[in-house]
Write a protein that binds this ligand. Structure first.
Ligand SMILES: C[S@@+](CC[C@H](N)C(=O)[O-])C[C@H]1O[C@@H](n2cnc3c(N)ncnc32)[C@H](O)[C@@H]1O
Length: 327
C-alpha cells in the first residue's frame, strides 16, 4: 500500500514525480468525503493524475481503502485543508481541473473564515490553474450558490463558461454522495463551471520551510523545576496564534518537552518543542522536534521563541543567550 500522505510529510511544493509513475495533467478534488467521486475520476480519467484533499481522517481512511482495493496508481489522497495545499503544496499553473463538490457552508459569522469559497481562495485557485484549466463547483444551498457566483464571477483570471450564473444539471455527471442524497431529498444542485482565462493573475509563491529554529539559554532552574512551574498559555503574534499546552520533564536527562499548537493563516501544527542541556551547567538549547512531522514555518520560529522567552521569565538569573530564529 502506498505511503499515507499529509501536508506535513510531503515536500513543499509537491514532488509529482515521487507521487505518480507517469507525469500527466493534474486533477484536484477538494473535500472528497467518502471518496467515490475521487475514485471515479481516477478510473474514468486514466490520462490524468488525481489528488484528493480532505481534512477528515475517517474520509482519508475510506478513500485509501477504496483506492488500494482497486489498485489505482493515478490517484493520491492527501490529508490537508485546501488552503494549506494551495499555499504550500500546489505550485502556480499546475492544476488542470479543480473539482469541489458540496463544500461545507459555514454560514455562522464566527465560522466564516472556514468557508472555502471566498476571495483569497478563489484567487489562489486561479493562480494554481493552468491556462484553460477548469474549476467545477457544486452546491445544493442557494445562499452558497449566490455567494459563489458573486465571488467567482468577480475573480480575475476566471471566466464563467455557462451562459447563466449556474446550471441546474450537468448531464452525464457522476453523482457524489452528497449530491445523491440531495436528489433523494428532492433538492437539485447548482453547478458552476469556470475556466482559467488568459488574464494575468498574481502567483503567490509556495510557502517553503525556513531554517531549523533554535535558541540557547541559561537557566538556574533545572528542567524538572521549570516543568513544575508550567501553566498553559496562549499568545498572538500578528496572525500567528501559539498555545503552549503542556510540559513534560525527563529529570534523568535534565530535559523537557513542551506541547504546542501553532496556527498560521495557511497551516496548523501540533507538535513538541524540546529543551535539552548543553555541556556547560545551566545552559540549554530549545528547538523544534520532528514529532508529527513538524515543519519549520514562521509560526514554528515564533513558538520556539515563546518557549525560550517563557523560560527566561521563570528566574531572575535566567536569560536567552543566542537566538537562531527568523524575526
Ligand atoms: C459536505 S461534505 C461533501 C463531501 C463530498 N464532496 C460529497 O459531495 O459527497 C464536505 C467535505 O469537505 C471536507 N472539507 C471541509 N473543509 C475542507 C477544507 N478546508 N479542505 C479540504 N476538505 C474540506 C469535509 O471533511 C467533508 O468531507
Amino acid at each position: 500500500m502506498p505511503r499515507k500522505l499529509n501536508y506535513l510529510n510531503v515536500s513543499w511544493p509537491l514532488d509529482f514525480t515521487s507521487l505518480f509513475p507517469e507525469q500527466r495533467a493534474l486533477l484536484v478534488e477538494i473535500g472528497f468525503g467518502n471518496g467515490d467521486y475521487l475514485v471515479n475520476l481516477a478510473r474514468t480519467r486514466p490520462d490524468a493524475n488525481v489528488i484528493g484533499l480532505e481534512i477528515s481522517s475517517q474520509a482519508m481512511d475510506k478513500a485509501e481503502r477504496k483506492i488500494s482495493q482497486l489498485g489505482l496508481r493515478n490517484v493520491r489522497p492527501i490529508h490537508s485543508t485546501a488552503e494549506t495545499a494551495l499555499a504550500h503544496l500546489l505550485p502556480p499553473e499546475s492544476v488542470t481541473e479543480f473539482h469541489i463538490n458540496f463544500p461545507d457552508p459555514w454560514f455562522k459569522k464566527k465560522h466564516s473564515r472556514r468557508r472555502l469559497i471566498k476571495r483569497e481562495t478563489a484567487d489562489m485557485l486561479a493562480s494554481r490553474m493552468v491556462k484553460d484549466g477548469t474549476l467545477l463547483l457544486a452546491t445544493d444551498i442557494l445562499a452558497y450558490a449566490e455567494l459563489a457566483h458573486e465571488t467567482l464571477s468577480s475573480s480575475r483570471g476566471l471566466s464563467n463558461t455557462l451562459g447563466t450564473p449556474w446550471a441546474r444539471d450537468l448531464p452525464g455527471r457522476f453523482r457524489s454522495k452528497y449530491e445523491a442524497k440531495a436528489y433523494r431529498e428532492g433538492r437539485r444542485a447548482y453547478f458552476f463551471l469556470y475556466n482559467r482565462n488568459s488574464t494575468a493573475v498574481a502567483h503567490p509563491a509556495i510557502i517553503k520551510e525556513l531554517d531549523m529554529p533554535h535558541l540557547f539559554l541559561y537557566s538556574p532552574l533545572d528542567a524538572a523545576a521549570l516543568v513544575a512551574r508550567f501553566e498553559t498559555s496562549r499568545g498572538r503574534h500578528g496572525d500567528i496564534h501559539i498555545a503552549l499546552l503542556r510540559a513534560y520533564a525527563d529529570p534523568r536527562r535534565d530535559a523537557a518537552v513542551f506541547e504546542v499548537v501553532i496556527e498560521e493563516p495557511t497551516i496548523e501544527q501540533h507538535t513538541m518543542i524540546s529543551l535539552s542541556p548543553r555541556e556547560r551547567p545551566g545552559e540549554y538549547i530549545v528547538k523544534m522536534t520532528g514529532l508529527g512531522h513538524a515543519r519549520p514555518t514562521a509560526g514554528m520560529h515564533r513558538a520556539v521563541a515563546a518557549v525560550g522567552d517563557w523560560v527566561a521569565t521563570q528566574d531572575e538569573g535566567a536569560r536567552v543567550l543566542e537566538r537562531k530564529l527568523r524575526g
